[in-house]
Design a protein around this ligand. Structure first.
Ligand code: HEC
Ligand code: HEC
Ligand code: HEC
Ligand code: HEC
Ligand code: HEC
Ligand code: HEC
Length: 292
């Protein structure tokens, strides 16, 4: 639950809903107006309300944040979150929440200190550790649940912007052909579901780099030195084209749902568990042809 919220909170950076003129909390925001239970340790720098409850100022240093429309809130300010400048949002969470009790194993960290594979991590998804020397069919991989659902237990179906829209069968036959052609030419694996839908593992590799021989299609993925640190972002607009594309869709969405959703673009500086880099569009171009 904590982790799910973290994913949501993380991806909701700059993604705020505002109905009408009344400022509201962003979707999936942390609960407020509750008194900490014994399980929570609130350090002194987080000031509680008069009744000892969580108030806006407990976590936010910005004055009158509750009276500011969400799209006007300066999330880049050092005072936005008390204690400021967190590398990962979890650093904030663990100030009050017990890290050990709430942390899940990052099963994508598959090698131990000596570089040997931790069998236990394999069996989260495979009934037994697959033989990496053999060419195995999907059935021989003995996945515990179908590939299109294998990430859901731990991650949400919508872990980030655009992921839900992607979990569909390509509308155009062209795209399927392109995926096949590019997979061959680039020697990569882009698995689709039985129904030819795009799924999490179409874009993401479940394995830490090196687990699968990098010369095999399934082993070709973005290299990351420190998977424990994970993805890193830098506040920076994405390409104007991409932004403009999203803006059109956002405008349509807002019009249809009578909302004012805004999205701020952040540049990814370190990618993880992706089959190809996305930050320069390589991954996107396996499926998309943005020329027309
Ligand atoms: C327990 C801590 C906590 C409390 C209490 C809290 N917030 Fe937040 N708030 C957060 C976190 C964490 C984020 C997400 C920060 C991020 O993802 O960068 C956030 C995000 C926001 C944002 C998002 C801005 C954006 O553009 O996405 C607004 C607005 C906000 N909070 C307003 C409030 C208001 C108003 C209150 C009081 C009613 C409040 N918060 C109480 C932790 C808290
Ligand atoms: C200032 C202290 C504080 C910080 C910082 C904080 N929390 Fe909490 N959190 C609380 C309190 C207090 C509760 C209420 C439950 C309790 O007291 O046991 C709570 C409850 C929760 C719950 C349960 C919500 C529910 O509806 O029952 C989740 C999930 C959670 N926090 C996630 C997070 C995440 C994720 C972060 C970091 C983005 C975070 N918290 C940061 C104090 C904090
Ligand atoms: C989070 C789920 C998950 C975990 C954990 C996992 N796998 Fe996999 N594995 C998959 C999926 C899904 C596929 C099929 C898609 C692919 O190859 O990327 C697969 C495919 C494979 C393949 C076939 C690759 C090929 O060449 O086609 C091998 C070998 C393999 N896994 C070995 C392992 C080993 C060894 C571990 C533990 C160190 C492990 N897996 C952990 C989900 C997982
Ligand atoms: C594995 C194939 C695949 C990859 C990789 C991929 N897409 Fe898509 N994309 C799709 C499919 C399928 C759709 C659904 C619409 C369709 O069938 O044309 C879609 C839809 C979209 C849409 C329209 C969404 C909407 O709501 O209408 C955008 C924008 C988009 N993709 C951008 C990207 C970007 C940017 C990347 C790279 C980060 C990317 N895609 C990577 C297959 C892919
Ligand atoms: C048993 C639980 C579990 C399963 C199953 C699982 N994950 Fe994860 N995943 C995690 C944890 C834990 C992290 C570490 C980040 C965190 O703690 O939030 C993580 C991190 C990630 C990251 C981000 C890397 C980073 O640290 O920034 C991606 C991408 C990801 N997972 C994709 C997937 C995909 C795709 C699947 C399905 C093939 C999958 N995961 C299955 C638990 C899981
Ligand atoms: C169309 C391609 C695509 C699909 C489909 C997709 N993702 Fe992603 N995902 C990305 C990209 C691009 C990123 C950001 C860069 C990175 O992973 O390094 C990302 C990031 C993530 C992260 C890291 C979030 C963070 O900021 O730490 C997680 C976790 C994740 N994806 C899980 C999933 C899961 C689970 C699914 C399926 C429900 C999924 N993704 C479907 C492309 C995709």
């Amino acid at each position: 639950m904590l982790k799910q919220l973290i994913f949501l909170v993380f991806w909701s950076i700059g993604f705020a809903v505002q109905a009408g003129d009344k400022p509201e909390l962003p979707p999936f925001h942390h609960i407020v107006h509750v008194k900490p239970s014994k399980a929570i340790h609130v350090p002194e720098k987080f000031t509680l309300g008069d009744e000892g409850e969580l108030v806006c100022a407990t976590c936010h240093g910005l004055k009158d944040i509750d009276k500011t429309p969400i799209d006007k809130v300066d999330t880049k300010s050092a005072d936005f979150l008390v204690g400021g400048g967190y590398r990962r949002i979890t650093e904030l969470c663990y100030q009050c929440h017990d890290e050990k009790a709430t942390q899940r194993d990052n099963i994508h960290l598959m090698a131990d200190e000596e570089g040997f594979l931790k069998k236990k991590t394999c069996t989260y998804c495979h009934e037994e550790m697959p033989d990496r020397e053999k060419d195995l069919s999907i059935a021989e991989l003995k996945l515990r649940i179908p590939m299109e659902k294998i990430c859901y237990g731990c991650h949400l179906k919508d872990p980030h912007f655009n992921s839900v829209e992607h979990q569909v069968k390509p509308a155009q036959e062209d795209m399927l052909k392109r995926i096949e052609k590019n997979s061959k030419e680039l020697n990569i694996l882009i698995p689709l579901s039985d129904k030819q839908e795009v799924i999490c593992v179409s874009c993401h590799s479940p394995h830490q780099n090196g687990v699968i021989d990098p010369s095999k299609p399934a082993g070709k993925q973005v290299y990351i030195d420190d998977l424990e640190k994970g993805i890193e972002y830098k506040e920076h607009p994405w390409s104007a084209v991409f932004a403009a594309d999203k803006q059109v869709r956002l405008d349509e969405f807002n019009e249809k749902h009578d909302m004012n959703v805004q999205f701020s673009y952040q540049r990814i500086t370190q990618e993880a568990l992706l089959r190809l880099p996305a930050k320069d569009g390589q991954l996107c171009l396996v499926c998309h042809d943005f020329k027309d």
